[in-house]
Design a binder for this molecule. Structure first.
Ligand code: PLP
Length: 381
């Protein structure tokens, strides 16, 4: 059975060029980057190169990059690190109800440590209101964390406008750009961002690696204690091979950004056109113009998303729901709840298709027709 992978927002395949570049660092080149001998220097050189490339790519200095084990750690370090290091300035943090759990659960943890967190609502299109951000800022606000693109529905937040308001109020801006990095050119000064999180495995790099950008002058308290790696901000021997992989993923991402944007927009349109042409009942979650092109989150009226996912999996099509299934019970997606309210039928009937490297038009067309067949079958019952 030929399988079709439409779950790139969950994780993306590692690009073969990335694997090739990583391979020497998993065999011949093994020195500890902290060692001063030639073995160590080889590894150190690779990390320095990666840091240089990665920082230049977002208009940052190489000293402003902290390599982490991925997006989750970067988000944790940003929030907890800023909160602890800046508590003398205030104890208030602002975020939105549609952030990834790496942000939301970290904020909940900070609440247990005496910090106050405002979780802003979003409109039906998944986007936060600038007025709400303005109104929630206080003289105690130290940090505002708002993602660039949502991982479930793809909603794009107006980071540039928000950061101007937030920084004028003296608070730092953190943005989780894990889902936006592959599609938008990022410049930390243009966007007015003080901290940002990136994950390797969402951009065809390896899993278990990412980075946090921290603007010079922004104080953070480290979470890991030990050696003096990462300028004492993240102890532990560096994951050299994965950092090299991340560098190549960043370079590849940078190369084809515009083409990718165009290609995925076409895939999205193609899929929607087939749903329309086949006359199935569907609604798109989020505004088409205000969502990333590689994520299509749709609700099929009257269709249980679990049944749909299982039926798709049986024929080799991988997609995803925002809900987490644990031992037979389904947690409703907090993103859809924030957009449509707790009682909305859409929460049970929404599915996310996400496109990426390796997909082609033929696959998208085939998947769209298979989806319509299953939806028609499921709504009949
Ligand atoms: N932030 C967002 C928006 C994500 O989509 C993800 C992954 O799903 C993460 C953070 C976590 O990244 P990682 O899997 O690298 O820990």
């Amino acid at each position: 059975m030929e399988r079709i992978y439409l779950d790139h927002a969950s994780t993306s395949p590692t690009h073969p060029d990335v694997v090739k570049e990583m391979s020497p660092y998993m065999s011949g080149i093994f020195g500890n980057p902290s060692s001063i001998h030639s073995f160590g220097r080889e590894s150190r050189q690779a990390i320095d190169d990666a840091r240089q490339t990665i920082s230049a790519n977002i208009g940052a200095k190489s000293t402003e990059i902290i390599f982490t084990s991925g997006g989750t750690e970067a988000d944790n370090l940003a929030l907890i690190g800023v909160a602890l290091a800046n508590k003398h300035r205030g104890n208030h943090i602002i975020t939105t109800k549609v952030e990834h759990h790496a942000i939301l659960h970290t904020c909940e943890y900070l609440e247990t440590q005496g910090f106050k967190v405002t979780y802003l609502p979003v409109k039906e299109n998944g986007i936060v209101s600038i007025e709400d951000v303005k109104a929630s800022l206080t003289d105690q606000t130290i940090l505002v964390s708002i993602m660039l693109a949502n991982n479930e529905v793809g909603a794009i937040q107006p980071i540039k406008e928000l950061s101007e308001i937030v920084r004028a109020n003296g608070a730092y801006v953190h943005s989780d750009i894990v889902q936006g990095y592959n599609l938008f050119p990022i410049n930390v000064d243009d966007l007015g961002i003080d901290l940002l999180s990136v994950s390797g495995h969402k951009i065809n790099g390896p899993k278990g690696v990412g980075y946090l950008y921290v603007r010079s002058g922004v104080k953070i308290t480290p979470s890991l204690h030990g050696g003096e790696q990462e300028r004492k901000r993240r102890a532990g021997t560096e994951n050299v091979a994965s950092i090299v992989g991340l560098k190549h993923a960043v370079q590849l991402s940078n190369k084809g950004r515009n083409e990718r944007f165009e290609l995925y927009s076409n895939y999205k349109k193609q899929m929607i056109d087939i749903f329309k042409q086949e006359e199935i009942d569907f609604s798109i979650n989020g505004d088409l113009e205000l969502t990333v092109p590689n994520i299509l989150n749709v609700s099929f009226a009257g269709v249980s998303v679990e049944a749909l996912l299982v039926n798709l999996d049986l024929i080799g099509i991988a997609a995803s729901s925002g809900s987490a299934c644990t031992a037979g019970s389904v947690d409703p997606s907090h993103v859809l709840v924030a957009m449509f309210g707790n009682g909305s039928e859409r929460i049970q009937s929404s599915i996310r298709f996400s496109f990426g490297y390796g997909n082609n038009e033929e696959e998208i067309r085939k998947a769209a027709y298979e989806i319509t067949k299953i939806v028609k079958r499921l709504t009949k019952h």
